[in-house]
Design a protein around this ligand. Structure first.
Ligand SMILES: O=C[C@H](O)[C@H](O)COP(=O)(O)O
Ligand SMILES: C=C(OP(=O)(O)O)C(=O)O
Length: 354
């Protein structure tokens, strides 16, 4: 008799159990003061999104986190700067642990915390949570892109603003995920440029859903959500060029309003809006500041990719330049400080003009 044909796991090499979310949260709990930082920023971002607060949300920080010391150094620099800006800006740090790749590449600190291809996800999850708690202890709220459908169970309680990246606004998995997240979530326009994909993502995420997930014990679970009322568009440019100009912002808001979204959005000065050049990114940020100063109230937030050193370097397990991005090119700290000051001035001008 022939052996039965093997039909499963033909391309699976291993299944490594992970600690449950409940266990990781118990080891690294969110303290009362940290949850206050998370909650206050969520409320402020909601108020700006819905037009109840005339400040500008600025999501600023590294393209990706790879070094805990540099991430906390950056958070402390922001913490020192924020008191002089908070009348005009709601500053949230990019604390991004999961990188969606165009094809293949380093997938971020959760997936490969040692940057050596060992994919020690158990360590990555704990390290990511430790870094988030450190950022919150500095008094700085955190932003994150949600990429893996189950990883939010380990970190989302510590995040004040979430993004669904340009490779995923049409993904049902990510739309469902956003429908259950507790913070405002931005959907990026698709890499090829479609704003409708982001608007459809927001509409879908605002509805209730039932889908596959895990519970706090890590068991497979049917997750039932009530829908997220705080989703919005992020313009990041695309294959056909940038989309941060006034006409593109107005056009995107028109599509959003038809879909029931508030008439304001976030503009990402990086990615397709800067051709991934940190020099161009600063120029884009300054053009956006000029538009805001001239009264553009269709922009409620700006995203900047910024780290301590400008530029980027290839990811590696050792020998890295401290404070320099291992993914996209970032604006350096000195330029970031100048830009945040200029954005605050622009908000004051918009306020004075309104
Ligand atoms: O923000 C990061 C990158 O733009 C994104 O992860 C895609 O990067 P890649 O095109 O280098 O893979
Ligand atoms: C991956 C990112 O951007 P995008 O989805 O726009 O490429 C990012 O913001 O880190």
């Amino acid at each position: 008799m022939n052996a039965p044909t093997i039909t499963s796991d033909l391309h699976v090499r291993a299944l490594e159990p992970l600690p449950s979310p409940e266990r990781v949260l118990a080891e690294l709990p969110l303290t009362g003061s940290a949850s206050d930082v998370v909650g206050k920023a969520r409320d402020e971002i909601r108020d700006v999104l819905h037009g109840r607060d005339d400040r500008l949300v600025v999501v600023v920080g590294p393209c990706s986190i790879h070094d805990p010391a540099a991430a906390l150094d950056y958070a402390r620099r922001l913490a020192a700067l924020v008191p002089s800006l908070e009348d005009d800006l709601v500053v949230v740090m990019r604390v991004y642990f999961e990188k969606p790749r165009t094809t293949v590449g380093w997938k971020g600190l959760i997936n490969d915390p040692h940057l050596d291809g060992s994919h020690d996800i158990t360590t990555g999850l704990r390290l990511a949570r430790e870094i988030l708690l450190g950022v919150l202890a500095a008094g700085v709220p955190a932003a994150n892109e949600f990429l893996e459908p189950t990883s939010p169970q380990y970190i989302a309680d510590a995040v004040s603003w979430g993004a669904i990246g340009a490779r995923n606004p049409e993904s049902q998995v990510h739309r469902q995920l956003a429908s259950g997240l507790s913070m405002p979530v931005g959907f990026k326009n698709a890499t090829e440029g479609s704003v409708q994909a982001a608007v459809d993502g927001c509409i879908t995420a605002a509805s209730p859903h039932v889908f596959f997930g895990i519970d706090p014990q890590g068991r497979a679970a049917a997750v039932e959500t009530s829908g997220n009322p705080d989703c919005h568009i992020i313009l990041r440019g695309g294959a056909h060029g940038p989309n941060y100009d006034d006409a593109s912002v107005a056009g995107a808001n028109e599509i959003g309003v038809k879909g029931g979204l508030p008439p304001r959005l976030v503009v990402d000065a990086s990615h397709g809006n800067s051709g991934k050049s940190e020099v161009r990114q600063a120029e884009v940020a300054r053009e956006l500041a000029a538009s805001i100063a001239a009264g553009n109230d269709g922009i409620f937030g700006i995203m900047l990719e910024s780290f301590i050193e400008p530029g980027n370097q290839a990811p590696a397990p050792s020998g890295l330049v401290y404070g320099k991005s291992v993914t996209d090119k970032c604006i350096g700290w000195d330029e970031t400080e100048r830009l945040l000051g200029e954005l605050a001035v622009a908000v004051r001008a918009r306020r004075a003009n309104s």
